[in-house]
Design a protein around this ligand. Structure first.
Ligand code: C2O
Ligand code: CU
Length: 580
């Protein structure tokens, strides 16, 4: 096993000290820690939770379109997890679905998510593991600002509104609904001035509740649906399925202290949680938590049929290359009720198949019968792509783009998308109970996406080979004298070599179709070589020389695979680590 040599690291230190630290404005670096914690849902209402960044909701991740968001994720939970960037059409390897896009991040390990080509708008992140993780506080907003600020409608102030249903699964005495991690008693008013225009970014991060929300005394103008800008629609009350996002503008022209309230889509006349919008100079107390704004209970409901895309989108194809139907139902089995897509329940499913470049049409039909005890709403979400919705004000030329669609019982919707992001992509109901009981399948791309002559797992990550670099998440693991193991996902049987260096190429070296090399070869050393096992994991041991002068050194890591296969060398994404 090759080890990094003391001399190369010492040389690294000397050169590093002679340089001012290189900042890449094109990249936003964030550390994101998932760990158990406690939160106060209101004064005196403390519950146990699992949290991103120690807060509920988790820390807001924000970047500008065109920037790379590099999230160094630390898993300090007691079980494996991964982070899914809901709605962003990321590369498969970054999509955060354990065992579909890549193995999960083990407890105590870290993984660097590199999110490129981010689409502007309001998104969110959450784990995609099964079980408890979906319902114990692991969620946060991911906001991407347009490269050109004029691509957003004008507004004076903005707030993010994250809705959640809370069940205190980890302990605590509260069951009910939350806005921004607080119940109705814990809300901090949104303070506005008369004449201001308020932008609300509303996210439904709940486990099982499809909400309706409304602001008493005000109309709202919908400007974005699932991050995508739409032609403005003025409305009184907005249904928002689990996973959906709406950006709305409120013209603050009705001074007072108002309830921003949410109810369930199946019981609009009961306020489940409310926030407060308070005009300057208004001193009256907030409306009671149970107060039901008239527009929440009976105001005209916003509907998908009103949507049209604001920006150009591919028009609806008259004759799509593939047409599929997804019948959303349930059925009784010997082990209980399961939820089904076309009668099948995850993981015993036949994937839908698409080829790169296909236009794909999908009809989603809710099989439940209203009033028959099967009136289930299914917020259906497709990973890796936006679909365009048919049958709206946008017609076939300007259909709205979305990633999640709330399908009411007994209703049917058609969507189309272009198969432009090869891989294996989840398509599932975002209701945690329906998901847990099987309402999930995948869309699998066919063929040899990377053109190496072999249809293989790597075809699922074709735009760049992006192996897991699971780096020990302990400061001691990168202290002088330490040794540990860095694990990498790689093609089974192939050799993988991990290089380390301190200097990055000013202009990364493209080696198409393999990827991009970012380390300066003149200052790189071989850290280790390992063969990937049958599960596609290569473990590369390393050792840091016992030289205290190394503390603070930033190293770059990049991998390459040598192979007898026609694909030849493959490069991993570039990672940075710090000797602490
Ligand atoms: Cu919000 Cu499959 O994800
Ligand atoms: Cu469902």
């Amino acid at each position: 096993m090759d080890r990094i040599t003391t001399s190369s690291l010492c040389a690294a230190v000397i050169v590093l000290l002679a340089q001012s630290p290189a900042q890449t404005p094109a990249t936003v670096h964030v550390d994101l820690v998932a760990a158990p914690g406690t939160v106060d849902l209101a004064p005196g209402v403390r519950v146990n939770a699992w949290l991103y960044g120690g807060t509920l909701p988790g820390q807001v991740l924000r970047a500008r379109q065109g920037q790379t968001l590099r999230v160094r994720f630390h898993n300090r939970l007691p079980e494996p997890t991964a982070v899914h960037w809901h709605g962003q059409p990321v590369r498969l390897g970054m999509d955060g679905v354990p065992d579909v896009s890549r193995p999960a991040v083990a407890p105590g390990q870290e993984f660097v998510y590199e999110l490129t080509d981010l689409v502007p708008g309001t998104y969110w992140y959450h784990p995609h593991a099964h079980g408890m993780q979906l319902d114990v506080g692991l969620y946060g907003a991911l906001i991407v600002d347009p490269a050109n600020p004029a691509d957003d409608p004008p507004f004076d102030l903005e707030r993010t509104i994250v809705l959640d249903d809370w069940t205190s699964r980890l302990g605590g005495a509260f069951g009910g609904h939350l806005i921004n991690g607080r119940n109705s008693d814990g809300q901090t008013p949104i303070d506005v001035q008369p004449g201001q225009r308020l932008r609300l970014r509303v996210i439904n991060a709940s486990a099982v509740t499809n909400y309706v929300f409304a602001l008493d005394g005000h109309a709202m103008t919908v400007t974005h649906a699932d991050g995508n800008r739409v032609q403005p629609v003025v409305t009184q009350a907005i249904p928002i399925g689990i996973g959906e996002r709406y950006d709305v503008l409120v013209d603050c022209n009705n001074p007072g202290v108002w309830s921003l309230a949410a109810s369930s889509i199946t019981a609009r006349a009961t306020t489940l949680v409310r926030g407060v919008v308070r005009y300057a100079g208004q001193t009256q107390p907030p409306p009671p938590a149970a107060f039901v704004p008239p527009n929440l209970a009976t105001g005209t409901l916003f509907g998908y049929a009103q949507l049209a895309s604001f920006s150009p989108v591919p028009p609806i194809a008259a004759t799509p290359d593939r047409s599929y139907t997804a019948l959303l139902g349930m059925r009784m089995t010997t082990s209980g009720m399961v939820h089904t897509i076309n009668g099948q329940s995850w993981p015993n499913v036949t994937p839908f198949v698409v080829a790169p470049g296909d236009s794909v049409q999908l009809t989603m039909t809710g099989m439940g019968m209203p009033g028959m005890g099967m009136a289930e709403y299914h917020p259906m979400h497709l990973h890796g792509h936006f679909f365009r919705l048919l049958g709206t004000a946008g017609g076939t030329a300007s259909p709205p783009r979305k990633d999640t669609l709330l399908v009411p019982p007994g209703s049917s919707f058609q969507v189309q998308w272009i198969a432009d992001n090869p891989g294996r992509w989840m398509f599932h109901c975002h209701n945690a109970e329906h998901l847990e009981t099987g309402m999930m399948t995948t869309f699998d791309y066919t063929g040899d996406a990377d053109g190496d002559g072999i249809a293989s797992r790597i075809d699922m990550e074709p735009t760049a080979a992006t192996p897991v670099v699971a780096i020990p998440d302990r400061a001691a693991a990168f202290a002088p004298g330490a040794s540990d193991v860095i694990a990498v996902q790689w093609t089974p049987g192939q050799l993988f070599a991990l290089f380390v260096g301190f200097a990055e190429l000013a202009t990364p070296l493209p080696l198409p179709p393999l990827g991009v090399f970012e380390l300066d070869p003149a200052h790189a050393a071989l850290l280790g070589v390992a063969a990937a096992d049958a599960a596609g994991l290569a473990s590369v041991p390393y050792g840091i020389p016992g030289d205290p002068a190394l503390v603070g050194l930033r190293l770059g890591l990049q991998g390459a695979g040598a192979t007898a296969l026609p694909g030849g060398l493959r490069l991993s994404t570039f990672q940075r680590l710090t000797v602490r």
